[in-house]
Write a protein that binds this ligand. Sequence first.
Ligand SMILES: C[S@@+](CC[C@H](N)C(=O)[O-])C[C@H]1O[C@@H](n2cnc3c(N)ncnc32)[C@H](O)[C@@H]1O
Length: 239
Amino acid sequence: MTGTFLARRSTELERLDTEPYGFEEFQEYLHGLEHINRWVLTYRPTLKWLEKALAALAPGRRISILDVGSGNGDMLRRIWTWGLGRGLDLDLLGIDLNPWSRKSAELATPPGAPIRFETADVLDFTPPDPVDFIISSHLTHHLTDEQNVRFLRWMEAQARHGWFINDLHRHALPYHAVKYAIPLVSRNPSIRHDAPLSVARAFTSADWRGLLDAAGIPAGQTRLAWFFPFRYCVGRSKP
Ligand SMILES: C[S@@+](CC[C@H](N)C(=O)[O-])C[C@H]1O[C@@H](n2cnc3c(N)ncnc32)[C@H](O)[C@@H]1O
């Protein structure tokens, strides 16, 4: 390990993005991620941001939310059940590059839930209908800096009321914690490989400021917040 370790985003690729998985292997990976998401409080920052963002809209109207890189669809199912308790009329769409994500998410989602899944590369996708909010979790660390700048501009253009990015903080503490803790909770060799690499591919606050600047989005229009345990989230609410 050198002094420059984690100074920059790793460019090493994750197995999730490179291995030619069959459906069952990919589904097992996504189930593992869903399990970890519950443990590391993934849903909390997004729900907290949505709560505030929705308060600015007229009550009773239908709200559309697009989750990019939706994986097994667990964030959207969580938003659905959260919204049921609040009497929200939700229209939820998840898109993911890998066609196995759609199949796995559909199998995990009860029929009748207001959630659809599609296969698409976000860098080449136009929503069929205007969307109120665009969210993502653990997507941006899979993209290059140049792709993230495009993604930020795309969200800025497509989301009527705002967008929210939920991803990891690149830091030595979570890198080592994840490296040693994940084998205790997952036997999946791909998850064991990718989990610390995800932290190494993730972001510092300076990275996010640079990406927002490159996308031409003024810092004053966004909110960058750190969430326990070692997560950076970027939110944009449009007036
Ligand atoms: C680490 S997983 C996160 C899944 C889920 N959001 C979660 O938090 O558990 C990243 C997901 O992003 C998807 N993905 C990567 N690049 C993408 C792209 N360009 N467009 C759409 N989805 C993408 C991958 O297929 C994968 O399912």
